[in-house]
Write a protein of this length. Sequence first.
Length: 168
Amino acid sequence: MEHTSPSSSAHSAASQRFRWELRDCRVRRGLTQRALADLVRFSRETVAAVESGRRFGSQEFALRCDEVLGTGGRLAALWPQVAAEQLAADGRRGPRDPQPSRQQPPVPRQRDRRDARDPGAVVDAIDELRELIGQVLSAPAEPGESSDAQRRQTPEAAKLTSEPHDQR
C-alpha cells in the first residue's frame, strides 16, 4: 500500500536514501521505470512517485525491487526507518489533545477471523490478495483451458467471435 507524502520538502534521511538507492540500482541495471514496474508488478506511476518522493512505497514494493534489482536486501533493510517516517508524515498517531481522552483498546489480532478495525489485518489481507492475484496472472494455462483473452471476454463477445459473420 502506498501513501501520499504530505510534504515533499520535509523528507528525512531514510526516505531520501531509499529513493536514491532505488533509482541508482534501477539505472545501473539499465531499466526504465516502466520496465522495473513490469518486473515488480506495480505501476510505472508508483515507481516514478516513489523515486521522486511524491509517495512512500510499501514493504512489498521494497522486497520486490530488492529481488529484481539484486540489491542484496538494501531496500528492505531501509524499510523500517522509512515506515517510521511514513507514520509520522501520515499523522497516523492520531490527534494530539491536551486532555487525555478515552481511547478504545486496540483490537487484538485474531488468527481465524480478520477485523476491519485492525490496520495490520487489513494490510495482511491486501498483501494476501496481491499475492493471489499475482499467482493467478502468472499461472500457465492448462491443456484444454481457455486463454487469458478468452477468459476475459464477456459471454456476448464470445458469442460474436464464435459465430460466422454475415458477409453482404
